[in-house]
Write a protein that binds this ligand. Structure first.
Ligand code: 5GP
Length: 207
């Protein structure tokens, strides 16, 4: 994939796509950002979305917030590696940017749902995928409630969706690892160890 004429001195063959998925309330964003901070040369893929920006979101850091028309324009221009419809809103992973970062040898982190993981794995089979699980259903429900972001009926809907997503993740056979997030700092450590071990394994296989 690397074009010798455009290879920079800093490019390496160490490029890896890391998919991190998990139901809302499982703590995947905290783990994703923890991995990104700890592993040098890792980059977070900023998706485009049509969902409204919340006060917690930063444009260009968490997402690129676009309207439906702009999303469809990007999609028809083949700008996305994959797209998904979630809670009636659209999400898409930037294709050219991700491919460029792989070429540069980066760890490219995609925080995407199960449909997205299936689609990325079909195009980039050596992507490495981790699914974050809550310690229990009770703990998940407790976390969804403690965020105080939504009303109880929305929480129940998200809870039902989370259970379906966990079932889907288990049955699709796309995930290399399932990581139970009990104590978040330990989970970040375990995720970092998994990624470092995987990269070392691949480096050894190439040598
Ligand atoms: P939220 O709107 O709560 O930030 O994200 C909702 C869900 O969309 C999460 O499971 C998140 O991982 C997923 N997601 C975010 N960006 C993308 C994307 O580009 N593609 C896919 N397939 N899922 C995404």
């Amino acid at each position: 994939m690397t074009d010798a004429t455009h290879r920079l001195p800093t490019d390496t063959d160490d490029g890896l796509v890391l998919i991190i998925s998990g139901p809302s309330g499982a703590g995947k964003t905290t783990i994703t950002r923890g991995v990104e901070r700890a592993i040098p040369g890792s980059v977070f893929s900023v998706s485009a979305t049509t969902r409204p920006k919340t006060s917690a979101d930063v444009e260009g850091v968490d997402y690129h917030f676009v309207d439906d028309e702009e999303f469809e324009r990007m999609k028809s221009n083949a700008e996305f590696l994959e797209t998904a419809g979630i809670y009636g809103k659209k999400y898409g992973t930037p294709r050219a940017w991700v491919m460029e970062q792989i070429k540069r040898g980066r760890l490219v982190i995609l925080e995407i749902d199960v449909q997205g993981a299936i689609s990325v794995k079909s195009q980039i089979p050596d992507a490495y995928a981790i699914f974050i699980l809550p310690p229990s259903e009770e703990a998940l429900l407790g976390r969804l409630r403690s965020r105080k972001r939504e009303d109880e009926d929305v929480i129940q809907r998200r809870f039902g969706q989370a259970k379906r997503e966990i079932d889907e993740a288990r049955s699709c056979a796309m995930y290399n690892e399932f990581l139970v997030n009990d104590v978040v700092d330990d989970s970040i450590r375990r995720a970092i160890d998994l990624v470092n071990a995987e990269r070392a394994r691949r480096r050894a296989a190439r040598a």
